[in-house]
Design a protein around this ligand. Sequence first.
Ligand code: SF4
Length: 325
Amino acid sequence: MCAKGFIKDCQERVFAGIGISSDDAKKLFNIPEENLKELAKYANEITRDFNGNKVDVEQLNNIKKNACSEDCVFCGQSAFFDTGIETYQLPSPEDVVKKAQKAKNDGAESYCLVAAWREPSPRDFEKVCKIISEINDKVGISVECSLGFLTSEQAKKLKELKVKRYNHNLETAKSKFAEICTTHTYEDRLKTLGIARDAGLELCTGGIIGLGETREQRLELALELGRLYPEEVTINILVPMPGTPLELQTELPNSEIVRMFSVIRFLLPESVIKISGGRESKLNDSGEELLQSGANGIITEGYLTMGGNEAQKDRELIERIGLKT
Ligand code: SF4
């Protein structure tokens, strides 16, 4: 079968609910460069068929910045590296409520509270719960959280507070993980995802590409995501942070990024696949191509340690390519 015929055959199996095998995903990932546009086009058709024309737009609030105890080599918030970024502790609920209200007014679908620590202390967890309650009472936007490792009790508490989705990224492939972080393991991360799932929270997970991993390792991460079947996948493209061990990391070619998003779509037809950090700075079109190559979500108004497009600019981008928020 020719490459185009193979992609089409994979798409038909996705539409038929059969899905594709790991071997199929590997072949798709390694499709010749001249067939990349077809791979992206068929991935886009899967996105539209399962998810319509809507783009899931999210805003983040980094509620505890910097000096994290973990040594993830890409991260500007690790206490192991001197990156010179500002530090602050948990803000007041009033402060977060104002920002959540702005996110809602901007048209964001969800508002994610992110904290840079290994896991929340009981005291900090209580404070975060208070913040969530206040957002629920005063704003009424879908709240998501990314608070590091959780106990079962904490996960259940978040569910009680109507947190919709819990974000905990795998960061990279299992075979690459020990090069990226030594203070915890890949299994620790899988365990937290299991705890969140058992508590009834939806899952958001993914990783960062461009850390020096091989294409095979990007496939490995994609297959793990396919196995976990999260409601949302979040893929960041490394923006090297001065002061971190990856500050001089070579950029991934755009075609590798398109391959990643397209193949994940074949594996996860129904999930939100979100272009996260690096969208504005590492893609020369702010994600227009990827939103037509499998992705159907973005983060707007900035990230944990860097700015991003304003919400209005992203709305215009989405309309320009015939999609809607
Ligand atoms: S990625 Fe998360 S766990 Fe790792 S150093 Fe950064 S804030 Fe800490």
